[in-house]
Write a protein that binds this ligand. Structure first.
Ligand code: C5P
Length: 227
């Protein structure tokens, strides 16, 4: 049996993490949230030296002793460790997202994380979500999805997630931040956020996670045999 790969890319707040982990759970596949690797690397670097320009100038030096371990087990929330310290909760801030977006422009950081990302491909398959899973890291994936939604809806979802975590935020500010991050992610030279040519696009603006999951699973079952 060969390993199957399903990629789910899209901008932030589109719901790809929720849907990707539901699909992984349903299929009994491994799951990878590649954004959490970027966030963890960025936060660890920031903890080492909060002069981020200095870090980026000499990135090879600053990343040399960092090891990241993303862990997913069916039925459990995924967790992420950096040099054995649990980073799962503390990477979920807007500040860390901005730092991640800055580090994500750098070839050296992307190369380092690409090596990690490939390790998660294990039998019987992998569901990977991010920005360049279908266009770059797993460009030979068996099925590719691209989720999109209006910036207002995405900001609303982010606001609710932050509220659940007890973090206060306001909608206009979140919209501004998402637009800036979209711009940085779509306009960067290396691995920009774009739909893969062979991706199925789903607009999630007016449908909930369960509906997106059902649409995604139907497409997977239509296209992939023996799954
Ligand atoms: O998905 P998430 O919002 O956690 O990602 C944080 C940032 O990491 C993104 O804004 C993007 O800059 C970067 N990223 C990336 N490639 C990926 C996943 C995330 O460049 N595959």
């Amino acid at each position: 049996m060969t390993c199957k790969i399903i990629t789910i890319d899209g901008p932030s707040g589109v719901g790809k993490g929720t849907v990707a982990s539901m699909v992984a759970e349903e299929l009994g596949f491994n799951y990878l949230d590649s954004g959490s690797l970027y966030r963890s690397l960025a936060l660890k670097l920031y903890e080492k030296n909060n002069n981020f320009d200095e870090v980026i100038d000499d990135l090879d030096y600053w990343i040399s002793d960092i090891s990241i371990d993303f862990q997913y087990k069916k039925g459990f929330k995924s967790r992420i460790f950096v040099n054995n310290e649990d980073f799962t909760e503390k990477i979920r801030t807007e500040k860390v997202a901005e730092l991640a977006s800055r580090i994500a422009k750098d070839r050296r950081a992307r190369d380092m994380l690409e090596v990690y990302q490939r390790k998660y491909l294990i039998e019987p398959g992998l569901v990977a979500d991010g920005r360049d899973m279908g266009t770059k890291v797993f460009f030979k994936a068996d099925m590719k999805f691209y989720l999109t939604a209006s910036v207002e809806k995405r900001a609303e979802r982010r606001l609710n997630q932050l509220k659940d975590q007890g973090i206060s935020a306001n909608l206009p500010n979140l919209i501004q931040k998402l637009l800036l991050r979209d711009k940085a992610d779509t306009e960067r030279l290396i691995s920009p956020l774009i739909p893969a040519k062979d991706a199925i696009t789903i607009d999630t603006s007016n449908i909930d996670a369960l509906e997106v999951f059902n649409i995604t699973m139907n497409k997977i079952r239509e296209n992939l045999k023996n799954i």
